[in-house]
Design a binder for this molecule. Structure first.
Ligand SMILES: [Mn+2]
Length: 468
Protein backbone atom coordinates (compact mmCIF):
# COMPACT_ATOMS: atom_id res chain seq x y z
CA UNK A 1 0.00 0.00 0.00
CA UNK A 2 1.35 3.38 -0.98
CA UNK A 3 1.93 5.66 1.99
CA UNK A 4 1.85 9.14 0.45
CA UNK A 5 1.19 10.85 3.79
CA UNK A 6 4.10 8.97 5.33
CA UNK A 7 6.43 10.22 2.59
CA UNK A 8 5.28 13.81 3.00
CA UNK A 9 5.61 13.58 6.80
CA UNK A 10 9.13 12.24 6.33
CA UNK A 11 10.08 15.17 4.12
CA UNK A 12 8.52 17.67 6.50
CA UNK A 13 10.46 16.16 9.37
CA UNK A 14 13.80 16.47 7.64
CA UNK A 15 13.41 19.88 6.03
CA UNK A 16 14.03 22.06 9.17
CA UNK A 17 17.53 20.60 9.64
CA UNK A 18 18.26 20.98 5.99
CA UNK A 19 17.11 24.60 6.01
CA UNK A 20 19.37 25.19 9.01
CA UNK A 21 22.26 23.90 6.92
CA UNK A 22 21.20 26.26 4.13
CA UNK A 23 20.93 29.29 6.41
CA UNK A 24 24.34 28.58 7.93
CA UNK A 25 25.76 29.07 4.41
CA UNK A 26 27.12 25.52 4.26
CA UNK A 27 28.33 24.31 0.87
CA UNK A 28 25.85 21.80 -0.52
CA UNK A 29 26.40 19.53 -3.51
CA UNK A 30 23.62 17.75 -5.34
CA UNK A 31 24.94 14.73 -7.21
CA UNK A 32 22.57 13.25 -9.74
CA UNK A 33 22.43 10.72 -12.54
CA UNK A 34 22.98 11.89 -16.13
CA UNK A 35 19.72 10.57 -17.59
CA UNK A 36 16.54 12.64 -17.93
CA UNK A 37 15.11 11.55 -14.58
CA UNK A 38 18.46 12.38 -13.01
CA UNK A 39 18.60 15.78 -14.70
CA UNK A 40 15.02 16.61 -13.67
CA UNK A 41 15.35 15.39 -10.08
CA UNK A 42 18.69 17.14 -9.61
CA UNK A 43 17.27 20.35 -11.09
CA UNK A 44 14.20 20.22 -8.85
CA UNK A 45 16.29 19.77 -5.70
CA UNK A 46 18.72 22.44 -6.89
CA UNK A 47 15.94 24.97 -7.62
CA UNK A 48 14.28 24.33 -4.25
CA UNK A 49 17.51 25.00 -2.34
CA UNK A 50 18.65 27.88 -4.52
CA UNK A 51 15.33 29.62 -3.91
CA UNK A 52 16.15 29.46 -0.20
CA UNK A 53 19.46 31.18 -0.87
CA UNK A 54 21.54 28.04 -0.49
CA UNK A 55 25.19 27.80 -1.47
CA UNK A 56 24.46 24.86 -3.71
CA UNK A 57 26.09 23.23 -6.73
CA UNK A 58 24.86 20.45 -8.97
CA UNK A 59 26.90 17.71 -10.59
CA UNK A 60 25.62 15.03 -12.97
CA UNK A 61 27.59 11.79 -12.99
CA UNK A 62 27.24 8.69 -15.18
CA UNK A 63 27.71 6.13 -12.40
CA UNK A 64 28.28 6.40 -8.70
CA UNK A 65 31.00 4.07 -7.43
CA UNK A 66 33.74 4.04 -4.82
CA UNK A 67 35.94 6.18 -7.03
CA UNK A 68 33.34 8.88 -7.65
CA UNK A 69 32.39 8.89 -3.94
CA UNK A 70 36.06 9.59 -3.14
CA UNK A 71 36.08 12.41 -5.70
CA UNK A 72 32.93 13.95 -4.23
CA UNK A 73 34.43 13.69 -0.76
CA UNK A 74 37.63 15.34 -1.95
CA UNK A 75 35.59 18.26 -3.30
CA UNK A 76 34.92 19.14 0.37
CA UNK A 77 31.29 20.05 0.45
CA UNK A 78 29.57 20.29 3.82
CA UNK A 79 26.49 18.37 2.76
CA UNK A 80 25.64 16.04 -0.13
CA UNK A 81 22.29 15.26 -1.70
CA UNK A 82 22.06 12.32 -4.11
CA UNK A 83 19.18 12.04 -6.54
CA UNK A 84 18.43 9.11 -8.85
CA UNK A 85 21.48 7.19 -7.63
CA UNK A 86 23.34 5.79 -4.62
CA UNK A 87 20.73 3.37 -3.23
CA UNK A 88 23.12 0.41 -3.56
CA UNK A 89 25.98 2.32 -1.96
CA UNK A 90 24.50 3.43 1.35
CA UNK A 91 27.26 1.81 3.44
CA UNK A 92 29.88 3.58 1.38
CA UNK A 93 28.08 6.91 1.80
CA UNK A 94 27.84 6.34 5.58
CA UNK A 95 31.56 5.70 5.66
CA UNK A 96 32.42 8.75 3.55
CA UNK A 97 29.94 11.34 4.80
CA UNK A 98 28.49 10.13 8.10
CA UNK A 99 25.27 12.07 8.69
CA UNK A 100 26.14 14.72 6.08
CA UNK A 101 24.15 13.31 3.20
CA UNK A 102 20.68 12.59 1.91
CA UNK A 103 19.57 10.18 -0.81
CA UNK A 104 16.30 10.79 -2.70
CA UNK A 105 15.83 7.82 -4.98
CA UNK A 106 13.62 5.14 -6.47
CA UNK A 107 16.10 2.37 -7.30
CA UNK A 108 15.74 -0.88 -5.43
CA UNK A 109 17.32 -0.78 -2.03
CA UNK A 110 18.04 -3.18 0.82
CA UNK A 111 15.41 -2.90 3.57
CA UNK A 112 17.94 -2.02 6.24
CA UNK A 113 19.35 0.78 4.09
CA UNK A 114 15.91 2.17 3.28
CA UNK A 115 15.24 2.70 6.99
CA UNK A 116 18.33 4.85 7.53
CA UNK A 117 17.80 8.50 8.50
CA UNK A 118 19.69 9.79 5.44
CA UNK A 119 17.69 7.77 2.92
CA UNK A 120 14.30 8.50 1.37
CA UNK A 121 13.41 5.83 -1.16
CA UNK A 122 10.11 5.35 -3.02
CA UNK A 123 10.06 1.61 -2.28
CA UNK A 124 10.05 2.26 1.48
CA UNK A 125 6.75 4.12 1.10
CA UNK A 126 4.96 1.36 -0.77
CA UNK A 127 5.61 2.66 -4.28
CA UNK A 128 7.01 0.45 -7.01
CA UNK A 129 10.03 2.58 -7.81
CA UNK A 130 10.29 1.07 -11.27
CA UNK A 131 6.75 1.97 -12.27
CA UNK A 132 5.02 4.54 -10.11
CA UNK A 133 7.63 6.74 -8.50
CA UNK A 134 10.59 8.23 -10.36
CA UNK A 135 13.37 10.20 -8.74
CA UNK A 136 11.95 13.44 -10.09
CA UNK A 137 8.66 12.84 -8.28
CA UNK A 138 10.63 12.00 -5.13
CA UNK A 139 12.57 15.27 -5.52
CA UNK A 140 9.38 17.20 -6.28
CA UNK A 141 7.66 16.28 -3.01
CA UNK A 142 10.91 17.01 -1.21
CA UNK A 143 10.88 20.49 -2.80
CA UNK A 144 7.25 20.94 -1.85
CA UNK A 145 8.02 20.18 1.82
CA UNK A 146 10.71 22.87 1.70
CA UNK A 147 8.27 25.40 0.29
CA UNK A 148 4.72 24.98 -1.07
CA UNK A 149 5.42 27.54 -3.80
CA UNK A 150 7.67 24.94 -5.43
CA UNK A 151 4.53 23.53 -7.04
CA UNK A 152 5.71 25.19 -10.23
CA UNK A 153 8.38 22.46 -10.44
CA UNK A 154 5.72 19.76 -10.86
CA UNK A 155 6.01 19.58 -14.68
CA UNK A 156 9.61 18.40 -14.31
CA UNK A 157 8.42 15.49 -12.15
CA UNK A 158 6.17 14.36 -14.99
CA UNK A 159 8.99 14.72 -17.52
CA UNK A 160 11.23 12.53 -15.35
CA UNK A 161 8.54 9.87 -14.96
CA UNK A 162 7.87 9.64 -18.70
CA UNK A 163 11.56 9.63 -19.54
CA UNK A 164 12.02 6.69 -17.15
CA UNK A 165 9.15 5.01 -19.03
CA UNK A 166 6.89 5.05 -16.01
CA UNK A 167 3.75 5.48 -18.08
CA UNK A 168 2.52 1.92 -17.75
CA UNK A 169 -0.90 2.82 -16.36
CA UNK A 170 -4.09 2.48 -18.42
CA UNK A 171 -3.74 4.34 -21.75
CA UNK A 172 -0.04 5.02 -21.16
CA UNK A 173 -0.76 7.09 -18.08
CA UNK A 174 1.43 7.83 -15.09
CA UNK A 175 0.38 6.33 -11.76
CA UNK A 176 1.21 6.40 -8.06
CA UNK A 177 3.52 9.12 -6.83
CA UNK A 178 4.06 10.33 -10.39
CA UNK A 179 0.30 10.78 -10.73
CA UNK A 180 0.21 12.90 -7.58
CA UNK A 181 2.83 15.21 -9.10
CA UNK A 182 0.95 15.25 -12.41
CA UNK A 183 -2.23 16.28 -10.60
CA UNK A 184 -0.41 19.23 -9.04
CA UNK A 185 0.76 20.31 -12.48
CA UNK A 186 -2.76 19.98 -13.85
CA UNK A 187 -4.48 21.78 -11.01
CA UNK A 188 -2.05 24.70 -11.29
CA UNK A 189 -2.89 24.95 -14.98
CA UNK A 190 0.66 24.07 -16.01
CA UNK A 191 -0.19 20.87 -17.78
CA UNK A 192 -2.99 19.62 -20.00
CA UNK A 193 -3.81 15.93 -20.14
CA UNK A 194 -5.54 14.72 -23.31
CA UNK A 195 -6.03 11.51 -25.23
CA UNK A 196 -4.07 11.66 -28.44
CA UNK A 197 -1.94 9.76 -30.90
CA UNK A 198 1.44 9.34 -29.23
CA UNK A 199 3.69 10.27 -32.12
CA UNK A 200 6.87 12.13 -31.26
CA UNK A 201 6.38 15.77 -32.22
CA UNK A 202 2.60 15.45 -32.41
CA UNK A 203 2.28 19.17 -31.60
CA UNK A 204 5.38 20.45 -33.28
CA UNK A 205 6.31 18.48 -36.39
CA UNK A 206 4.78 17.96 -39.81
CA UNK A 207 2.71 14.76 -39.76
CA UNK A 208 5.17 12.68 -41.78
CA UNK A 209 8.14 13.80 -39.72
CA UNK A 210 6.36 13.01 -36.49
CA UNK A 211 5.64 9.47 -37.64
CA UNK A 212 9.20 8.92 -38.84
CA UNK A 213 10.56 10.23 -35.53
CA UNK A 214 8.47 7.83 -33.47
CA UNK A 215 10.46 4.94 -32.12
CA UNK A 216 8.28 3.87 -29.21
CA UNK A 217 6.55 1.83 -30.49
CA UNK A 218 8.99 1.01 -33.24
CA UNK A 219 7.08 1.16 -36.53
CA UNK A 220 8.84 -1.12 -38.96
CA UNK A 221 9.26 0.50 -42.37
CA UNK A 222 8.25 3.93 -41.00
CA UNK A 223 10.46 4.75 -37.99
CA UNK A 224 13.47 6.67 -39.27
CA UNK A 225 12.19 6.90 -42.83
CA UNK A 226 10.49 10.18 -43.70
CA UNK A 227 10.22 9.31 -47.40
CA UNK A 228 8.44 6.02 -46.80
CA UNK A 229 5.96 7.76 -44.50
CA UNK A 230 5.37 10.52 -47.01
CA UNK A 231 4.72 8.00 -49.77
CA UNK A 232 2.21 6.08 -47.63
CA UNK A 233 0.44 9.28 -46.59
CA UNK A 234 0.23 10.66 -50.12
CA UNK A 235 -1.55 7.53 -51.23
CA UNK A 236 -4.13 7.95 -48.46
CA UNK A 237 -5.16 11.41 -49.64
CA UNK A 238 -4.76 12.90 -46.18
CA UNK A 239 -4.26 16.68 -46.44
CA UNK A 240 -0.77 17.21 -45.08
CA UNK A 241 -0.73 20.95 -45.55
CA UNK A 242 -3.08 23.72 -44.64
CA UNK A 243 -2.67 26.81 -46.86
CA UNK A 244 0.90 25.90 -47.60
CA UNK A 245 1.87 25.13 -44.00
CA UNK A 246 2.61 21.62 -42.79
CA UNK A 247 -0.05 20.36 -40.41
CA UNK A 248 0.74 18.58 -37.16
CA UNK A 249 -0.78 15.37 -35.79
CA UNK A 250 -2.58 17.26 -33.02
CA UNK A 251 -4.27 19.53 -35.58
CA UNK A 252 -5.90 16.61 -37.40
CA UNK A 253 -9.61 15.98 -36.92
CA UNK A 254 -10.71 12.76 -35.17
CA UNK A 255 -11.67 11.31 -38.57
CA UNK A 256 -8.30 12.19 -40.02
CA UNK A 257 -6.57 10.64 -37.02
CA UNK A 258 -8.57 7.47 -37.62
CA UNK A 259 -7.53 7.50 -41.25
CA UNK A 260 -3.90 7.99 -40.24
CA UNK A 261 -4.09 4.98 -37.94
CA UNK A 262 -5.46 2.93 -40.81
CA UNK A 263 -2.62 3.99 -43.09
CA UNK A 264 -0.13 2.88 -40.48
CA UNK A 265 -1.96 -0.41 -39.92
CA UNK A 266 -1.86 -1.07 -43.66
CA UNK A 267 1.85 -0.28 -43.86
CA UNK A 268 2.73 -2.50 -40.90
CA UNK A 269 0.61 -5.25 -42.42
CA UNK A 270 -0.29 -8.39 -40.52
CA UNK A 271 3.17 -8.57 -38.91
CA UNK A 272 3.32 -9.99 -35.42
CA UNK A 273 2.74 -7.31 -32.81
CA UNK A 274 1.37 -4.78 -35.31
CA UNK A 275 -2.01 -4.59 -33.59
CA UNK A 276 -0.39 -3.92 -30.22
CA UNK A 277 1.90 -1.32 -31.74
CA UNK A 278 -1.11 0.54 -33.08
CA UNK A 279 -3.02 0.23 -29.81
CA UNK A 280 -0.05 1.70 -27.94
CA UNK A 281 -0.10 4.73 -30.23
CA UNK A 282 -3.14 6.03 -28.40
CA UNK A 283 -2.70 7.30 -24.90
CA UNK A 284 -2.42 10.15 -22.43
CA UNK A 285 -0.57 13.12 -23.82
CA UNK A 286 0.91 15.62 -21.37
CA UNK A 287 1.19 19.12 -22.79
CA UNK A 288 2.78 22.21 -21.30
CA UNK A 289 0.97 25.12 -22.87
CA UNK A 290 3.29 27.68 -21.30
CA UNK A 291 6.16 26.37 -23.44
CA UNK A 292 6.73 27.72 -26.90
CA UNK A 293 4.90 25.77 -29.57
CA UNK A 294 7.32 24.11 -31.97
CA UNK A 295 9.87 23.27 -29.29
CA UNK A 296 10.27 19.76 -27.85
CA UNK A 297 9.49 21.21 -24.41
CA UNK A 298 5.83 21.47 -25.24
CA UNK A 299 5.24 17.72 -24.91
CA UNK A 300 6.40 16.10 -21.68
CA UNK A 301 7.67 12.96 -23.44
CA UNK A 302 9.70 14.95 -25.93
CA UNK A 303 11.05 17.13 -23.17
CA UNK A 304 12.30 13.89 -21.60
CA UNK A 305 13.86 12.72 -24.85
CA UNK A 306 15.65 16.06 -25.18
CA UNK A 307 17.08 15.67 -21.67
CA UNK A 308 18.07 12.04 -22.25
CA UNK A 309 19.87 13.13 -25.41
CA UNK A 310 21.76 15.81 -23.45
CA UNK A 311 22.72 13.32 -20.78
CA UNK A 312 23.83 10.60 -23.18
CA UNK A 313 25.83 12.97 -25.36
CA UNK A 314 27.79 14.34 -22.40
CA UNK A 315 25.83 17.57 -22.13
CA UNK A 316 23.82 17.00 -18.94
CA UNK A 317 24.64 20.55 -17.82
CA UNK A 318 22.79 21.97 -20.81
CA UNK A 319 19.78 19.85 -19.84
CA UNK A 320 19.94 21.24 -16.33
CA UNK A 321 19.99 24.80 -17.68
CA UNK A 322 16.88 24.05 -19.74
CA UNK A 323 15.15 22.60 -16.66
CA UNK A 324 16.05 25.71 -14.71
CA UNK A 325 14.44 27.92 -17.33
CA UNK A 326 17.02 28.84 -19.98
CA UNK A 327 15.03 29.08 -23.20
CA UNK A 328 17.73 30.69 -25.35
CA UNK A 329 21.33 29.49 -25.65
CA UNK A 330 20.87 26.26 -23.65
CA UNK A 331 17.68 25.30 -25.46
CA UNK A 332 19.26 25.87 -28.87
CA UNK A 333 22.24 23.78 -27.94
CA UNK A 334 20.05 21.04 -26.42
CA UNK A 335 18.03 20.85 -29.64
CA UNK A 336 21.19 20.50 -31.68
CA UNK A 337 22.31 17.70 -29.35
CA UNK A 338 18.93 16.03 -29.78
CA UNK A 339 19.21 15.93 -33.54
CA UNK A 340 22.74 14.46 -33.36
CA UNK A 341 21.48 11.89 -30.88
CA UNK A 342 18.61 10.89 -33.14
CA UNK A 343 20.75 10.52 -36.21
CA UNK A 344 23.28 8.45 -34.24
CA UNK A 345 20.53 6.11 -33.09
CA UNK A 346 19.07 5.79 -36.58
CA UNK A 347 22.46 4.93 -38.02
CA UNK A 348 23.01 2.27 -35.36
CA UNK A 349 19.55 0.76 -35.97
CA UNK A 350 20.14 0.68 -39.72
CA UNK A 351 23.53 -0.97 -39.24
CA UNK A 352 22.02 -3.65 -37.00
CA UNK A 353 19.16 -4.23 -39.43
CA UNK A 354 21.62 -4.81 -42.27
CA UNK A 355 23.55 -7.42 -40.27
CA UNK A 356 20.90 -9.73 -38.78
CA UNK A 357 23.58 -12.15 -37.55
CA UNK A 358 24.38 -9.62 -34.85
CA UNK A 359 21.04 -10.43 -33.21
CA UNK A 360 21.65 -13.83 -31.66
CA UNK A 361 18.46 -15.46 -30.51
CA UNK A 362 18.46 -17.96 -27.63
CA UNK A 363 14.84 -18.73 -26.79
CA UNK A 364 13.42 -15.62 -25.17
CA UNK A 365 16.78 -13.96 -24.97
CA UNK A 366 18.31 -11.92 -27.78
CA UNK A 367 21.99 -10.99 -27.59
CA UNK A 368 22.73 -7.87 -29.62
CA UNK A 369 26.38 -7.63 -30.62
CA UNK A 370 26.84 -3.92 -31.24
CA UNK A 371 30.64 -3.82 -31.22
CA UNK A 372 31.92 -1.44 -33.84
CA UNK A 373 28.51 -0.14 -34.93
CA UNK A 374 26.75 1.07 -31.79
CA UNK A 375 28.38 3.90 -29.85
CA UNK A 376 28.38 2.97 -26.15
CA UNK A 377 26.61 6.25 -25.36
CA UNK A 378 23.70 5.20 -27.56
CA UNK A 379 23.53 1.52 -26.57
CA UNK A 380 20.81 2.06 -23.94
CA UNK A 381 18.41 3.93 -26.23
CA UNK A 382 19.08 1.55 -29.14
CA UNK A 383 18.23 -1.49 -26.98
CA UNK A 384 15.14 0.32 -25.63
CA UNK A 385 13.89 1.06 -29.11
CA UNK A 386 14.43 -2.52 -30.22
CA UNK A 387 12.42 -3.86 -27.25
CA UNK A 388 9.50 -1.72 -28.36
CA UNK A 389 9.58 -3.18 -31.87
CA UNK A 390 7.00 -5.84 -32.76
CA UNK A 391 9.84 -8.25 -33.52
CA UNK A 392 11.39 -8.17 -30.05
CA UNK A 393 8.72 -6.85 -27.71
CA UNK A 394 8.18 -10.30 -26.14
CA UNK A 395 11.90 -10.87 -25.66
CA UNK A 396 14.65 -9.95 -23.26
CA UNK A 397 17.38 -8.01 -25.04
CA UNK A 398 20.96 -7.83 -23.86
CA UNK A 399 23.12 -5.56 -25.96
CA UNK A 400 26.78 -4.79 -25.86
CA UNK A 401 29.14 -2.17 -27.24
CA UNK A 402 32.82 -1.42 -26.95
CA UNK A 403 33.74 0.82 -24.08
CA UNK A 404 36.97 2.51 -23.13
CA UNK A 405 39.92 0.61 -21.69
CA UNK A 406 39.11 -2.78 -23.21
CA UNK A 407 35.74 -3.01 -21.50
CA UNK A 408 32.34 -3.87 -22.88
CA UNK A 409 29.29 -1.88 -21.96
CA UNK A 410 26.15 -3.99 -21.49
CA UNK A 411 22.61 -2.72 -21.63
CA UNK A 412 19.57 -4.93 -21.10
CA UNK A 413 15.81 -4.40 -21.31
CA UNK A 414 12.69 -6.49 -20.99
CA UNK A 415 10.28 -6.14 -23.91
CA UNK A 416 6.87 -4.63 -23.09
CA UNK A 417 5.05 -7.85 -23.94
CA UNK A 418 7.49 -10.31 -22.36
CA UNK A 419 5.49 -13.09 -20.73
CA UNK A 420 8.02 -14.45 -18.24
CA UNK A 421 9.28 -12.93 -15.06
CA UNK A 422 12.83 -11.74 -14.85
CA UNK A 423 14.84 -9.36 -12.68
CA UNK A 424 17.49 -7.87 -14.93
CA UNK A 425 18.96 -5.80 -12.11
CA UNK A 426 19.89 -8.96 -10.20
CA UNK A 427 20.94 -10.85 -13.35
CA UNK A 428 23.25 -8.07 -14.50
CA UNK A 429 24.79 -7.75 -11.06
CA UNK A 430 25.41 -11.49 -10.65
CA UNK A 431 26.57 -12.18 -14.20
CA UNK A 432 28.91 -9.18 -14.13
CA UNK A 433 30.35 -10.08 -10.75
CA UNK A 434 31.05 -13.58 -12.02
CA UNK A 435 33.43 -12.12 -14.63
CA UNK A 436 35.00 -9.33 -12.52
CA UNK A 437 32.65 -6.66 -13.84
CA UNK A 438 30.00 -4.48 -12.22
CA UNK A 439 26.30 -4.45 -12.97
CA UNK A 440 22.86 -3.63 -11.63
CA UNK A 441 19.72 -1.57 -12.18
CA UNK A 442 15.98 -2.11 -12.31
CA UNK A 443 14.06 -5.34 -12.91
CA UNK A 444 13.03 -4.21 -16.42
CA UNK A 445 16.16 -2.29 -17.41
CA UNK A 446 19.70 -2.80 -16.21
CA UNK A 447 23.29 -2.58 -17.32
CA UNK A 448 26.82 -3.71 -16.67
CA UNK A 449 30.42 -3.12 -17.54
CA UNK A 450 32.68 -6.13 -18.06
CA UNK A 451 36.16 -6.87 -19.45
CA UNK A 452 35.93 -7.59 -23.22
CA UNK A 453 37.87 -10.81 -22.80
CA UNK A 454 35.03 -12.18 -20.64
CA UNK A 455 32.25 -11.55 -23.17
CA UNK A 456 31.47 -15.22 -23.73
CA UNK A 457 31.38 -16.28 -20.10
CA UNK A 458 29.24 -13.23 -19.33
CA UNK A 459 26.74 -14.20 -22.05
CA UNK A 460 26.63 -17.71 -20.69
CA UNK A 461 26.06 -16.45 -17.15
CA UNK A 462 23.15 -14.33 -18.43
CA UNK A 463 21.69 -17.22 -20.42
CA UNK A 464 21.82 -19.47 -17.36
CA UNK A 465 19.81 -16.93 -15.40
CA UNK A 466 17.08 -16.04 -17.90
CA UNK A 467 14.62 -18.91 -17.75
CA UNK A 468 13.76 -20.20 -21.22
MN1 LIG B 1 15.42 7.33 -12.48
Amino acid sequence: MADFDGLIARYRALSPDLLKTVRAGKKILIATHIDADGICSGSIAFAALMRKGANVALRAIPDLDQGSIRELDAAKFDFYIFTDLASTLINELDAAFGPRYLVLDHHEIAEGDAAKPSVVNAWAFGYDGGKEGCSSAMAYFFALAIDPTNQDLSPLAVVGALADRQDGGPGRSVTGLNRAAAEDAQSRGLMRVTKDLMFTGRETRPVHEAIALTSSPFLKGLTGSKDAVLAALHQSGLALKDQGTWRTISSLTPDEKMKLTEVIATTLGPAEGATEAIASLVGEAYTFDFEDPFTPLRDAREFGTLLNACGRMGAAGIGVSVCLGDRSEALRSAMKTLSEYRSGINKALEALASEPSRMEQHGNLVLVRGEGIVDEKLLGPVISILTSSPEFKDKVLVGRAESRGGDLKISSRVGDAYGGSVNLGAIMREAAEAVDGVGGGHAMAAGAKIPSSKADSFSKAVLDRVSP
